[in-house]
Each structure stands twice: as structure tokens, then as C-alpha cells.
Design a protein around this ligand. Structure first.
Ligand code: UGY
Ligand code: MN
Length: 297
């Protein structure tokens, strides 16, 4: 009797988990397996093992590409190694001047006891927390959790520390000074920012930095519901570094069309035609570096 009363909730729990895993395209004992079904010879012929979650394990397969005016760097291609002068931190430089960009974008994986290094001279830094939390010492100490960020103007002394584990994405750029006004320290989180007008577009837009002249780049957070897309097939002088935080869809870059999903990083050179459409069941959110407020001449 007691056993029976336990059985029903257990079955219900397993049923819900199965649904969740299938929704996310995950391999599990319930969902289609990434492994060949070893019970029958040639079972792979009739079992579509190349479901999206298995592709990254296919030997030699990657969705990553490197073209003259754009690059897609997907998680199975991201190469981590100790970050120069950081303590206990491994990082993957994903966009650098070697690719043709005027900025660097990198992921840093911090663990207990990790500490950041200072940026190079005259270099500004933007940090966004993707997983875990870090402490930012910059005069006072600020706790930055997932979705929080900090902008550190050039020469601002600071230290990023981690007590447990955290993944952060960073952008750095040699600051392009004009006039005498200088940018200030900014600390905040995405949800503090109001949605901005996007005339002619339907995606939701937040800008994490002030739009005023001293700031030579901004970081946009862009949200698309499934089925929503960029109305403007953009071609512009600005450069982009993009991290897909949530969802999946199709990115058009130049004349190529790429299936993309959370975790993917994209570099867009000036003037590369760009367009996105969100697909699937969940919203797409991406974080986008864009240089602004400077005469391109
Ligand atoms: O602001 C932008 O340039 C942005 N809409 N571009 C993009 O999402 N590729
Ligand atoms: Mn753009």
C-alpha cells in the first residue's frame, strides 16, 4: 500500500523530467540516445543519431567558421588556457585584433581564489557575469551575479575576484578619447534597464551603457520571441561581438546562413550583411558589443 502511494508521484516526476529533456533536445535514458543502439547491428541507419545535441560530439564536426568578414565560434571549438597574469583563471580569446577587430572579447572561467589582471594601458574593460558570481573591488566591493555587469574606464584600478566559480565575458578596447569628457565607472544589471524604442523593429532592446559621447562602445541586450526577426537587413560601419545567452535561431552573415544557439559567439566585421531570426520554443537573448560615437574617419 505504502509502495503504491510512492509509485504515482515517482512516475509523475519521471514523466515531467522526460518532457523537459526532450524539449531541450537533451540525450537521456528517455530521449533518443547519442550513442548507437548496441542491441542491433546497423541500428544507426534507422536511428537518427545526428540529432542536434549529438552533432558536437561527431569527430571533426564543428559549426564554427572563420571568414574574411565574420566568424562563428561555437562551444566545441572554444579553446581555454591560463589567462596571462590572471590567477587561477582560464580564458578563451574569441575575438581579437588578429581577426580584424579593434577589440577583444573573451570568456574567463574563474574558480575559488581566482583574481583578474589589470587591463593594458589606456584600455577600457566591460565585464558581464554569465554564471556564478564575482566580487569586484574598485574602491568599494560590489557583488556581481548572473546578468550583472561593470564598465571600467581606462586606468581605473580594480580587481575581480571569485570565491567559488564563475564564468564571465569580457570586452576590452583601447579607449578612443575625444574632447575632455571621460567615461565613468558603471555597475548594474540587465533588468534595471528600461526597454528602448526600436522604430520599425519588434525585438526588445536594452543598452547597458550611457549613449553619451564619452562612451566609444555600447553593449546591447536584444530579446526576440520565437519567430521574431531583424526587420532591417543590416549593413553598417560598426563592428560587433555577440554572445548568444539564450535560445536558438538562424543568423545570416554575408551570404551564409548559420543555425545558432546559446553559447555561440559571433564576430561581425564592418559592413557584413547581418540578419537574425529566432526559432524554437524559447526566447532568444543576445549580448552585443557595438562601437559607437566616433567618426569612422
Ligand atoms: O544595433 C545593431 O547593430 C544590431 N541590431 N545588430 C545586430 O543585432 N546584428
Ligand atoms: Mn548590427
Amino acid at each position: 500500500m505504502q509502495l503504491r502511494s510512492l509509485l504515482l508521484p515517482l512516475l509523475l516526476f519521471l514523466f515531467v523530467i522526460k518532457g523537459k529533456m526532450a524539449e531541450q533536445g537533451m540525450c537521456s535514458v528517455f530521449a533518443p540516445s547519442c550513442e548507437a543502439n548496441s542491441e542491433t547491428l546497423y541500428s544507426k541507419v534507422t536511428n537518427p543519431t545526428l540529432n542536434p545535441s549529438c552533432l558536437q560530439d561527431l569527430p571533426g564536426f564543428t559549426r564554427s567558421v572563420f571568414e574574411r568578414d565574420h566568424a562563428l565560434v561555437t562551444p566545441e571549438s572554444q579553446v581555454f588556457s591560463p589567462l596571462p597574469d590572471w590567477i587561477n583563471t582560464s580564458g578563451a580569446y574569441l575575438i581579437t585584433p588578429a581577426i580584424g577587430a579593434h577589440f577583444v572579447m573573451y570568456l574567463a572561467k574563474m574558480q575559488a581564489g581566482s583574481k583578474s589582471a589589470v587591463p593594458l594601458k589606456d584600455v577600457e574593460r566591460f565585464v558581464f557575469v554569465v554564471q556564478g558570481s564575482v566580487a569586484l573591488e574598485v574602491g568599494a566591493v560590489y557583488n556581481l551575479n548572473v546578468d550583472s555587469y561593470a564598465y571600467l574606464p581606462p586606468s581605473m584600478e580594480h580587481l575581480i575576484k571569485c570565491d567559488e566559480s564563475a564564468t564571465i565575458v569580457l570586452f576590452e578596447r583601447r579607449y578612443a578619447q575625444i574632447g575632455t569628457d571621460v567615461p565613468e565607472l558603471k555597475i548594474g544589471s540587465t533588468d534595471e534597464h528600461p526597454l528602448l524604442e526600436t522604430p520599425g523593429e519588434i525585438f526588445e532592446l536594452r543598452k547597458l551603457l550611457p549613449t553619451s559621447g564619452p562612451y566609444d562602445f555600447n553593449i546591447h541586450i536584444m530579446d526576440f520571441k520565437p519567430g521574431e526577426y531583424l526587420n532591417v537587413k543590416e549593413v553598417h560601419y560598426n563592428q560587433h561581438g555577440l554572445l548568444l545567452l539564450e535560445g536558438q535561431g538562424i543568423y545570416r552573415l554575408g551570404d551564409k546562413w548559420y543555425p545558432v544557439q546559446a553559447g555561440d559567439v559571433i564576430w561581425m566585421a564592418p559592413f557584413v550583411p547581418q540578419w537574425y531570426c529566432a526559432l524554437g520554443k524559447n526566447r532568444t537573448r543576445y549580448l552585443l558589443y557595438k562601437d559607437v560615437n566616433r567618426n569612422p574617419l
